[in-house]
Design a protein around this ligand. Structure first.
Ligand SMILES: [Fe+2]
Length: 207
């Protein structure tokens, strides 16, 4: 008997921890940039900046690091893209009791979250959802103690200073309830620039 188990159509998610030294160097400039772009709070537990954080000159090295990191990872998958553009970057502070409902990021290719500073608890985990709604239509009982990626339709990442999580922008995601004082996160969307698709082919686009 020959059994070949294929794992098709994977969803690639990257969890990248910046070198501690870099995360330390970037922390203050990032928090200063965030302060400069802060919008009036809509809710006491929810503060946000506008979406132009990536244009602040003082954090250019951090922005370049994101672009280079994403570039190398998507090239590593085999995508021939040479020029990536951050179409928006914003920061959010969620305070005790706050959460962020499930959502995705339209008009974007790769999205990401970066945690610029430390806070107690590492809670407010980023929760990613299985992008295949049909996958949870039939859910038998699990074997005692069984826990693996085939048996779950969510995955959570602890948030910690210097951590960047990259994922396809179509992926539904949200934030677990904040149980510590407050938590800053920076989010961004990335698009490839230039011609997508081959010249002479109908479904090509120039961004
Ligand atoms: Fe998001």
């Amino acid at each position: 008997m020959n059994i070949e188990r294929l794992e098709l159509f994977p969803t690639v998610v990257w969890c990248i921890d910046a070198p501690e030294q870099l995360a330390d160097v970037w922390e203050q400039p990032l928090m200063t940039a965030i302060e400069s772009k802060l919008l009036p709070a809509q809710l006491p537990e929810h503060h946000q900046t506008d979406s132009t954080l990536h244009t602040v000159p003082e954090i250019k090295k951090f922005v370049d690091w994101i672009k280079l990191t994403v570039q190398s990872q998507v090239n590593g998958l085999g995508w021939q893209v040479e020029n990536l553009d951050i179409s928006g970057m914003w920061a959010t502070r969620l305070s005790f009791g706050a959460t962020h409902p499930m959502h995705n990021h339209p008009n974007s290719w790769i999205s990401g979250v970066y945690y610029p500073t430390q806070y107690p608890g590492h809670d407010g985990e980023l929760m990613l959802h299985d992008p295949r709604p049909a996958a949870s239509m039939f859910v038998p009982n699990k074997m005692p103690g069984a826990s693996n990626r085939y048996l779950s339709n969510t995955f959570s990442f602890k948030s910690q200073k210097g951590r960047m999580i990259l994922f396809p922008s179509y992926l539904w995601h949200g934030v677990h309830t904040i149980r510590s004082n407050s938590r800053w996160s920076m989010s961004f969307d990335i698009l490839p620039k230039g011609m997508l698709g081959r010249s002479g082919v109908e479904n090509r686009v120039i961004l």
